[in-house]
Design a protein around this ligand. Structure first.
Ligand code: UD2
Length: 306
């Protein structure tokens, strides 16, 4: 029997991939987003244009659903610094609204996007879920807070939830011109347009790049698990490998050929993490996922996208 889901942030990059996957599985999806959806209308997908800070709209969109995928957020770290209070109200209070509305619906399970940002700067350390959180940005601090509230909702109301600590997500369909878009989307675009990459800082910073198809699989698997075993937990969604930006730039040059352009350097961004690498053991165990797509394979898929 098909299921009914609410996807907050379903008009975005990751939420859009997830929505299309759920609809392809034959399920009915309501997307709640403040943005207009760029996708053409598709069977099984309904759009509600609303803000997650609007509890009444959330409650209405959630009627009759079997579960909620919560991805709506202000994920632009710099914008969260510039507009601290407003970002906090979206990222933290908005998430509390999602939990409250899910609770009011009889405690439907919530799988929500957390972030590697909860770990902060962990040079030389592989980030395992057991490490204490040490966020260095308001965005990371809000994600830590969401995780704590999720646990409290579970303890007090028995609301099942899973927080997925997403590392650096990339893949087809990421708008390279958006302030949210990843360094990989920008570097791939530069390659296509034969333009030099801009590197903020020395380029030695490292990231654990995870393909969006693996992320979608993690969301679906987390929901399946929550419906079988209601509890509250968090898990990394990462590859367990990290690469520096200089290395990424080289990989793109070698893999796709063409003119090699020397990168341009600019000062490091505010709130930027130097090194980030996740441990995959909990993800493999809890979500039963296969080994993630490698960066080289994932890049081929990304660059093919117009
Ligand atoms: C990622 C997430 C962000 C948040 C954060 C948590 C993305 C797009 N953003 O931010 O939502 O979860 O992790 O820590 O996944 N850079 C360049 N040149 C460019 C673009 C970026 O040098 O043209 C640098 C940037 O300064 C950073 C690194 O590349 O050091 C990665 O940047 P990003 O924007 O892809 O992702 P990040 O890690 O800042």
């Amino acid at each position: 029997m098909s299921s009914r889901w609410l996807v907050t942030g379903g008009a975005g990059f990751i939420g859009g991939h997830l929505t299309r996957r759920l609809a392809a599985l034959g399920d009915a999806v309501t997307v709640l987003d403040i943005r207009v959806c760029r996708d053409a209308p598709a069977p099984g997908i309904r759009h509600v244009r609303a803000d997650i800070r609007d509890l009444a709209a959330l409650g209405k969109a959630m009627v009759g659903v079997d579960g909620v995928f919560h991805l709506a957020a202000n994920a632009d770290v710099r914008d969260c610094i510039a507009n601290w209070a407003s970002a906090h109200s979206t990222n933290c209070a908005g998430t509390m609204n999602v939990f409250s509305a899910a609770q009011a619906q009889g405690g439907v399970p919530v799988v929500y996007a957390s972030s590697a940002a909860v770990y902060g700067d962990r040079s030389g350390e592989v980030c395992h879920e057991s490490l204490p959180e040490r966020p260095i940005s308001p965005y990371g601090a809000d994600k830590v807070s969401c995780e704590h509230h999720a646990r409290a909702f579970w303890r007090i109301h028995g609301l099942p939830s899973a927080g997925l600590r997403l590392f650096n997500v990339y893949g087809n369909g990421q708008d390279p011109t958006s302030p949210y878009s990843s360094v990989l989307a920008q570097f791939c675009r530069n390659k296509r347009l034969d333009r030099p990459n801009q590197i903020f800082g020395d380029g030695e910073q490292t990231r654990d790049f995870i393909h969006v198809l693996d992320v979608v699989q993690a969301f679906v698997a987390a929901m399946k698990r929550l419906r079988n075993i209601p509890e509250s937990w968090v898990s990394n969604v990462c590859t367990g490998h990290s690469v520096s930006l200089l290395e990424v730039s080289r990989i793109i040059d070698v893999q796709f050929g063409g003119n090699r352009k020397e990168p341009r350097f600019a000062p490091a961004r505010l709130g930027d993490i130097k090194h980030s690498k996740g441990c995959t053991s909990q993800m493999l165990q809890l979500l039963g996922l296969r080994q993630p797509i490698t960066l080289r394979e994932g890049l081929t898929r990304s660059l093919d996208d117009p």
